[in-house]
Write a protein of this length. Sequence first.
Length: 325
Amino acid sequence: MGGAADNASSGSSFLSDKSAKIFIAGHRGLVGSAIVRKLQQLGFTNLLLRSHSELDLTRQSDVESFFANEKPRFAILAAAKVGGIHANNTYPADFIAINLQIQTNVIDSAYRHGVQKLLFLGSSCIYPKFAPQPIPEDALLTGPLEPTNEWYAVAKIAGIKMCQAYRIQHNWNAISGMPTNLYGPNDNFHPENSHVLPALMRRFHEAKVNGAKEVVVWGSGSPLREFLHVDDLADAVAFLMEEYSDLGHVNVGSGKEVSIKELAELVKEVVGFEGDLVWDKSKPDGTPRKLMDSSKLAELGWNPRISLRDGLVDTYKWYVQNVQQ
Ligand SMILES: NC(=O)C1=CN([C@@H]2O[C@H](COP(=O)(O)OP(=O)(O)OC[C@H]3O[C@@H](n4cnc5c(N)ncnc54)[C@H](OP(=O)(O)O)[C@@H]3O)[C@@H](O)[C@H]2O)C=CC1
Ligand SMILES: C[C@H]1O[C@H](OP(=O)(O)OP(=O)(O)OC[C@H]2O[C@@H](n3cnc4c(=O)[nH]c(N)nc43)[C@H](O)[C@@H]2O)[C@@H](O)[C@@H](O)C1=O
């Protein structure tokens, strides 16, 4: 089968045809739902969406049939097995196998069935545990990974390499964006398996409602993390679909880092919990520092807009209206 074509650099503009059929894989998740909101705001009218129960992306023949029948012009891959430090550390087989399956099926079928351009999403955990800070794109594969998420990272690195290989061999327009830690509406607020920001928002909220005196926070509080609101990420995705068609992956960060202790104090304040923090040092800290160098994206012309405080206020409002019992 021939595949899409042949024309990695000169495909027509993403933004110029608002009736183009665009497959957003994972449209009910944190990232996929933000991309849907963004594309709808931009006026796109032909979004192709399938829930996990309608199309299991780990099933190769189902994915192949789906692309053969639907023939989307663009594909954005925001479906993945995702979780925080505890989930990554507890289910290594799921994190490597499911992610390799989903991304291999989607990338290969998209190529075979004429998708003009595909965007793959990785994560800042692809970089070595002790990468130089801020982390430039070329730090990839220069040192050992952080053990709590190496299985997920290996799958994501394979996704980047698959996009590059299809571009090199087939001249196919597949690009990769590497977001930093994200948060916002439709996040996963599971008490153990989620990322730190939604986990703390839920824990502080429940403590406030129940009149608890203390909230437990994992680790030492010293690790540094960079957070980006998912609406900024969705804006960057639309930007990259329009402006970027090249081999190298692109970091997408806010450029601002906070310690987990500072984050916990900020979430506590936004939620309005007035008790104390207790640190559970039996839980892993993970990577000590993870700030990406997003200057490549800035030089292309994109910058984030939403501050952490504003994003937290917005996310807590959404949480109270949509999640809490
Ligand atoms: N959240 C973050 O902080 C970061 C996320 N990213 C990346 O962004 C992307 C999206 O993450 P995020 O939105 O947070 O994750 P979510 O868990 O919120 O969403 C993932 C989506 O993928 C779908 N999905 C999972 N497995 C399958 C499957 N077998 N078949 C079909 N659909 C499936 C899920 O559906 P269902 O829920 O029904 O299973 C869900 O809609 C991922 O690639 C992730 O690596 C990168 C950096 C940071
Ligand atoms: C996006 C990224 O997400 C994961 O990496 P991570 O950045 O380490 O993610 P995290 O949000 O789970 O933790 C950040 C820090 O916060 C501390 N922490 C405190 N209290 C809670 C807490 O209650 N829950 C969680 N999850 N962490 C907590 C926690 O101990 C750690 O020091 C990767 O596995 C990988 O999947 C990936 O790509």
